[in-house]
Design a protein around this ligand. Structure first.
Ligand code: ZN
Length: 593
């Protein structure tokens, strides 16, 4: 039998049986066919997550679509990158590529082996690398404790396609060349633990060693790791790793840009390009993606850095005050204008003016804004003379301005004035590789701010945070982490699910809960009955002959455990009242919850 067919034989044969509309494999615990008990997965179970759906030409690895690429093609890409960009840039590019796939695989590993310890699941997931045909990663040492944030790893591998591609063309190398593999391990370990973990290749076959060997530790435990950090940072200004070391208790929680995903890298690249010029920049993206942080960074890396950065949220100013806010007022302009004051344009003179939510400006305000931009001067309300202003204009919007132009609510000429250099910032759910970095970043920032000492998160909290879709984007994640830091006990106690979602419900921020599918969901949303996780759960329930009473009791016990005995929290997790839960715990044979 052909080796590929042997590895995935069961699934090649089973392909026609897979549902037409969702060829992705179902997830959930592995159940032994004979004993109906949960069993430890092996490489064959991992291989069974690789599915070929031939009618559409799709290959799925768990819930991710993948493609087979010839190693010779990957190596050719490597040569071209080195030729076009030089060794340093090429290394950065390939390391980040590895980082992104490692981050995705960490999510797969956690899901495939939920019954294992974190250490078991971590090592099990490393075998995805074998399944992908990249390398057999042998663990020499792994000291992993997610709740206390402890991490120390030493891995080796013998075969490396990167070395095999590098040696014949470039000969023996002074420095290690397994760039994608090292990036992969950084992404895998960081996403798995919710901490920023850095791997360094301390021996590489490309330098004459017999094997390749890496050491992995949390980034702040490395000394002199600038060279290792550099390839993971797309641009020097997005120094998410470096800012860790110099963070002081008073440092802001959001000092700069944090991320490593391809969407983030692309936006940073554009930012760097345009920063050198004075061109107007328009940031596009959903609410909460960090448009103001991007705008501020743009200012900081531009030649206007020493001058003012003035930000204004257009949606926050009442219609009748817009003109006075933007352009200023002269004394006596209207009743109550007892003093002259400059507007935001004047205050930003020489620097950058950032107009957030520009799509909310009224047509009258748009007309005045357009005139100020075109003539580079402003007239204060009540004044007859114009004052020249020298500003760089940066705007942001979460609405489709083109559609607004069509609908007649946004001036077309203003749109073209603003849309000179648009930069799209992708929503957080499309840049999941950034989630672990952001979690780590916010945790440290809020611990400093609130004077808490919290080491980390439980494994299931990391997992749930990684899977959630974040309709409110980075701001929502930030709020969740801040709330958790306030709620958590601290000390040796890591942040758990009940800390993440025990906040009070408000209309603007509906409370989240862990759905029965194991994912986060809004409280007002029901269970997704079509989700593969939910149906796998039902299969297991029916196959395992678990009675409804057993399930109810199990759920209550788990909720109480997760809430560390706090009944109010446990009741919130279950979506019932505290008295009801208390009664049911005392009277297990009573009416169902
Ligand atoms: Zn190597």
């Amino acid at each position: 039998m052909d080796p590929l067919e042997r590895a995935v034989g069961r699934d090649l044969a089973a392909t026609p049986a897979v549902a037409k509309d969702d060829p992705r494999p179902r997830t959930g615990r592995l159940i032994d066919d004979d004993t109906h008990e949960a069993k430890s997965p092996d490489i064959g179970d991992l291989a069974s997550r690789l599915r070929f759906y031939l009618p559409d030409g799709h290959i799925w690895l768990d819930t991710q679509r993948v493609a087979l690429i010839h190693l010779s093609t990957l190596n050719a890409l490597r040569y071209e990158l080195i030729d076009a960009l030089g060794l340093r840039e090429a290394r950065g590019f390939l390391t980040r590529m590895g980082y992104a796939s490692g981050s995705r695989d960490a999510a797969v590993a956690r899901k495939l082996y939920p019954q294992g310890t974190a250490r078991e699941a971590f090592l099990f997931g490393l075998r995805l690398r074998t399944l992908q045909g990249v390398a057999v990663v042998d663990p020499v040492r792994l000291d992993l404790d997610i709740p206390t944030g402890r991490f120390l790893a030493e891995f080796v591998w013998r075969e490396s396609f990167e070395v095999d591609g590098h040696l014949p063309v470039y000969g023996l190398s002074h420095s290690p060349v397994c760039w994608m593999q090292v990036g992969y391990l950084c992404g895998y370990a960081s996403s798995f633990t919710g901490r920023t973990i850095l791997f360094r290749e301390v021996e590489c076959r490309s330098s004459g060693s017999r094997i390749c060997k890496v050491i992995g530790k949390p980034v702040e435990e490395w000394h002199g790791a600038e060279d290792d950090i550099e390839p993971l940072q797309p641009e020097a200004f997005a120094n998410r790793f470096a800012d860790r070391a110099k963070a002081s208790p008073s440092a802001a929680v959001v000092p700069g840009l944090v991320g490593a995903s391809s969407g983030f890298v692309a936006a940073c690249h554009l930012l760097k390009k345009v920063a050198k010029t004075d061109a107007t920049v328009l940031f596009l993206g959903e609410t909460g993606v960090g448009k103001e942080v991007f705008a501020r960074t743009l200012h900081d890396i531009s030649r206007r850095a020493g001058k003012p950065f003035v930000a204004i949220n257009c949606a926050a100013i009442p219609e009748n005050l817009v003109e006075a806010e933007l352009f200023g007022v002269d004394r006596g302009a209207y009743t109550g204008a007892t003093e002259s004051r400059p507007g935001r344009f004047e205050r930003a003179n020489g620097g950058t003016l950032f107009l957030d939510e520009i799509g909310t400006l009224s047509l009258t305000a748009q007309t005045k804004l357009l005139r100020a931009i075109q003539q580079r001067e402003v007239e204060r309300v009540g004044s007859t003379s114009a004052r020249p202003v020298d500003i760089r204009l940066v705007a942001a919007t979460n609405v489709e301005l083109k559609e607004a132009v069509k609908a007649g609510t946004f001036r077309e000429d203003l749109f073209y004035r603003l849309n000179i250099f648009p930069i799209v910032i992708p929503p957080l759910r499309d840049r999941r590789a950034d989630i672990p970095l952001l979690i780590d970043h916010f945790l440290r920032g809020f611990c400093r701010r609130h004077g808490k000492d919290i080491k980390g998160f439980t494994e299931r909290a990391v997992s749930v945070l990684y899977e959630y879709d974040y309709p409110g984007n980075i701001r929502e994640l930030e709020n969740i982490i801040e709330r958790a830091v306030i709620m958590a006990e601290g000390g040796d106690q890591p942040i758990d699910l009940c800390d993440l979602f025990a906040g009070e419900t408000t209309p603007a921020d509906p409370m989240l809960r862990i759905g029965r599918s194991g994912n986060l969901e809004r409280k007002d949303e029901g269970v997704d009955h079509d989700s593969p996780v939910f149906s796998a759960f039902l299969d297991q329930l029916l196959a395992g002959k678990i009675s409804l009473e057993d399930m109810e009791e199990g759920l209550m016990r788990e909720a109480v455990n997760r809430s560390r005995g706090n009944l109010s929290r446990a009741a919130r997790l279950l979506g019932v009242t505290r008295p009801k839960l208390a009664y049911k715990l005392k009277n297990p044979k009573g009416p169902p919850l």
